[in-house]
Design a protein around this ligand. Structure first.
Ligand code: ADP
Ligand code: MG
Length: 337
């Protein structure tokens, strides 16, 4: 390198550094919509939010997605080392102290069980584990008969003061698959609020919560056609609510008799509930909407709507097996006369 060239480089260097700094600055300070996705709790997790800069957005994305892995590690019954598995192993031998989070989910599960007269029941796991939807396996009548006496939410005794859980009989297995995703979504939203985010959409499979609006307009939430993945049955403009959908199309196989065997089970018979294709609940928090969507699925359109009409601030859309849509009063369009 000649001397002349070297001094020219020296002269240019600050300009170059300034340009790089400006480029970096522009890259980190851009208010925009940011999107992150992941797979956790055996389901796709999707997050979209408005943030003032990219560095903050990356931190938010990382922290919120981490919540779903934490809840999975705590509440999955497929993990031997989860808190739920420990509970399932020990609670028949005496009271087990559990974390605040797990206790909160168990209390909500109990509340939804009472509301739905046992249609929602986390002890369905005592027969639920006999199914393997991927392998197309379902229990025999004999297996169901021997498992059903251990399906009863009243056998899970919660002591609020001691924060302990005890099973009244051996062989009870709780499965939080119908409610834990809603809990995780609520935790994720709490994290978003604490990080200063005001506009967001967060979903884990069929459980979603909206934070604020989409900056001046509502979020448009599609309720999919249960028999056609790419199509919506209806699209609702919403903001600041939780929306949960339970469907018979998520995990299922068709058995030798041509019946759809899917993952929402009747605690009475231990078999997949027939008569409904999907249920969508709209409410304030995802823990509640998740539990209720599974409950209404089991209850069916008539009893399900009756239960929802008794609950202030909760609405429902049921699509039955004739593809008829049933909606609660809060969603009925105003009459034009
Ligand atoms: P998704 O898991 O597709 O979001 P749901 O919220 O309806 O849909 O949850 C379905 C899950 O709920 C099942 O995979 C199972 O783990 C659990 N479940 C099935 N039947 C019942 C029931 N009667 N009560 C409580 N939980 C149930
Ligand atoms: Mg649910």
């Amino acid at each position: 390198m000649s001397n002349e060239g070297f001094s020219e480089w020296l002269w240019r260097a600050p300009v170059l550094v300034t340009c790089l700094w400006l480029a970096g600055f522009a890259g980190t300070a851009s208010a925009d919509w940011y999107r992150f996705s992941d797979t956790a709790m055996t389901t796709p997790v999707e997050l979209e939010f408005w943030a003032e800069d990219k560095a903050l957005a990356n931190r938010v994305g990382e922290e919120v997605l981490a919540v779903f892995h934490q809840v999975d590690e705590q509440m999955s019954r497929y993990r031997e080392d989860s808190e739920v598995s420990r509970l399932n192993r020990n609670a028949a031998n005496g009271p087990v102290t559990v974390s605040d989070g797990l206790f909160q989910v168990l209390e909500k599960a109990r509340e939804v069980s009472i509301l739905s007269d046992g249609a929602f029941d986390i002890t369905f796991g005592s027969v639920g584990y006999l199914y393997d939807f991927r392998a197309g396996k379902k229990p025999t009548e004999e297996e169901l008969r021997s498992g059903l006496p251990r399906v009863n939410f009243r056998d899970v005794v919660l002591d609020q003061d001691a924060r302990t859980v005890e099973f009244r009989q051996a062989g009870i297995r709780v499965d939080l698959g119908g409610i834990a995703k809603g809990y995780a979504v609520d935790l994720g939203i709490e994290r978003l609020i604490n990080l200063g985010i005001r506009h967001a959409r967060l979903s884990a499979g069929g459980d979603m919560r909206l934070l604020g609006d989409k900056r001046g307009r509502p979020w448009y939430v599609g309720i999919r056609d249960p028999r056609s993945e790419g199509r919506n049955a209806v699209v609702l403009p919403l903001e600041d609510v939780a929306v949960s959908t339970s469907g018979d199309y998520e995990r299922f196989f068709v058995d030798e008799a041509g019946e759809r065997v899917h993952h929402i089970l009747s605690p009475e018979t231990g078999k997949s509930v027939q008569g409904v294709q999907s249920v969508t609940i709209i409410g304030e928090d995802a823990l509640t909407t998740d539990g209720l969507s599974t409950a209404v699925f089991v209850l069916g359109p008539a009893k399900g709507l009756e239960m929802i009409e008794r609950l202030p601030g909760i609405d429902v859309v049921v699509i039955d097996d004739q593809r008829m849509m049933h909606v609660s009063e809060g969603l009925v369009p105003p009459q034009t006369d």
